[in-house]
Design a protein around this ligand. Structure first.
Ligand code: PLP
Length: 443
């Protein structure tokens, strides 16, 4: 009997009792390779001695001080580090406790920016279908996952959704990447023109789409075109790198690989690696200047912003990643994972697409590869894969069902950056077995 309102009320969860390196252990002593880092969170794995030591030091010194009275060394040092490594034009950071809070804060920054510069008529937000930006009401309104939104719709602010850039499902036969990038980006310009450019505040997109679609990178040039369109119409570009950012794709920020910089960027998950709850908004000098030379404040705040314990943990996580050259390992192990997934699944009758970047990979399951026909959502293939994987000591993040008209099941892999070749090989072997077993029980 539990007194926690768990997400799945009728499922009894095993108790996690420990974690070391890439493994988690349950109370019965079973070990699981954490091949999804929870939900792309545990980038350093579990129980990292240097992070624990930094957290102990911070707890001994200062656990908490309210930001209306004080700043802290840990928060200042983390901000310095993040801004030094940020995309061009980013000058400041705003610390919160997770991804949804970061998205909420970014939306409010965008709105306040236009109020400060005398364009208060800009209030429209454009985002994409099949996206997820968090579960608080503003973030949920921005996301384009109807399954999550439907029952809350009367509470949500109005946002406008365009099609995602998702080659496997939306690129037409014979269409080149260049033509597809142009067509997908044009959807944004069409929507801006339809709404009236002077009313549009921001376009929000995940650089590489995570939870709802399964590690879907944009086709080449799509985001560069998006950046141009936003600039031409004075619309702010908010990149949500809560899941795909902080090294997960092999560069600190996924947008580095697109050659663009956003006006606002949200980060979370890998920022603190799960050692503490923390998220942040990175904002441009232009936005900061509008606040600084205008009202002189950002009209927002929560009790736990800039939490010293969270900032100290995140600082330690980021220092370890840099010190140990782990982004190089993400690239190398990402290449190995891609290769091994290809060897295992390229000829698999029910694997339609393998995609992703770095240690952020998605495997999409289909009933028929030639027609890309998905499995009937009633079969809940993704849930069976999760169960079979856990039975084999593997944690993967599966999603499925119907997402805005596209039915499908996929598995998201986001193993810790400390993975080695043996770990990747074990992940692919266990995943292959789990998928085959799930297909048998689902048929
Ligand atoms: N944005 C993206 C892209 C996410 O993947 C998530 C969570 O999965 C969020 C925002 C919300 O983050 P959180 O669950 O920390 O509130």
């Amino acid at each position: 009997m539990t007194h926690i309102l768990h997400r799945q009320i009728h499922t009894t969860l095993p108790v996690a009792s420990g974690g070391r390196g890439i493994e988690l252990f349950d109370a019965d002593g079973r070990a699981y390779i954490d091949a999804s880092g929870g939900a792309a969170v545990s980038c350093l794995g579990h129980g990292h001695a240097d992070v624990l030591a930094a957290m102990h030091r911070q707890a001994d010194t200062l656990a908490y001080a309210h930001t209306s009275f004080f700043t802290s060394e840990a928060a200042e040092a983390l901000a310095d580090r993040l801004v030094a490594d940020a995309p061009a034009g980013i000058s400041h950071t705003y610390f919160v406790s997770g991804g949804s809070e970061a998205v909420e804060a970014a939306l409010k920054m965008a709105r306040q920016y236009f109020v400060e510069i005398g364009e208060p008529q800009r209030h429209n937000i454009i985002a994409r279908r099949q996206s997820y930006h968090g579960n608080t009401l503003g973030a949920l309104a921005t996301g384009g996952n109807e399954w999550r939104r439907t029952q809350f719709r009367p509470l949500l602010i109005d946002t406008h959704h365009i099609d995602p850039c998702f080659a496997y499902h939306y690129q037409q036969a014979g269409e080149t990447d260049e033509d597809y990038a142009r067509r997908a980006a044009q959807a944004l310009e069409d929507k801006i023109l339809e709404l009236g450019p002077e009313t549009v505040m921001a376009f929000v997109a995940e650089t590489v789409v995570g939870a709802t679609a399964g590690a879907v990178p944009p086709v080449a040039d799509y985001l560069r075109r998006i950046r141009d369109i936003c600039d031409r119409h004075g619309v702010l570009l908010i990149l949500d790198e809560v899941m795909c950012g902080m090294g997960r794709t092999g560069t600190l920020h996924a947008c580095e690989q697109e050659g663009i910089a956003p006006d606002l960027m949200t980060i979370a998950k890998g920022l603190g690696g799960g050692y503490q709850p923390i998220g942040a908004v990175l904002l441009s000098q232009t936005i900061f200047n509008a606040f600084a030379s205008g009202s002189g404040l950002f009209q927002h705040g929560h009790t736990y912003i800039c939490h010293p314990m969270a900032c100290a943990a995140a600082l330690a996580v980021q220092e370890v990643i840099a010190r140990d050259g782990l982004l190089d390992n993400v690239k190398a192990m990402g290449a190995h994972l891609t290769r091994r997934l290809g060897e295992r699944f390229d000829n698999h009758a029910n694997v339609g697409d393998i995609r992703g970047r770095g240690l952020f990979m998605g495997v999409e399951l289909v009933e028929d590869r030639s027609t890309r026909l998905p499995f009937d959502p009633k079969r809940k293939l993704h849930a069976r894969i999760k169960k079979e994987a856990m039975a084999r000591g593997l944690l993967v993040y599966p999603m499925g069902g119907t997402i805005d008209g596209i039915k499908g099941d996929h598995v998201l892999l986001a193993p810790p950056f400390i993975c080695d070749v043996a770990a990747i090989d074990a992940i692919v072997e266990r995943l292959g077995d789990a998928i085959d077993a799930a297909l048998q029980t689902a048929s």
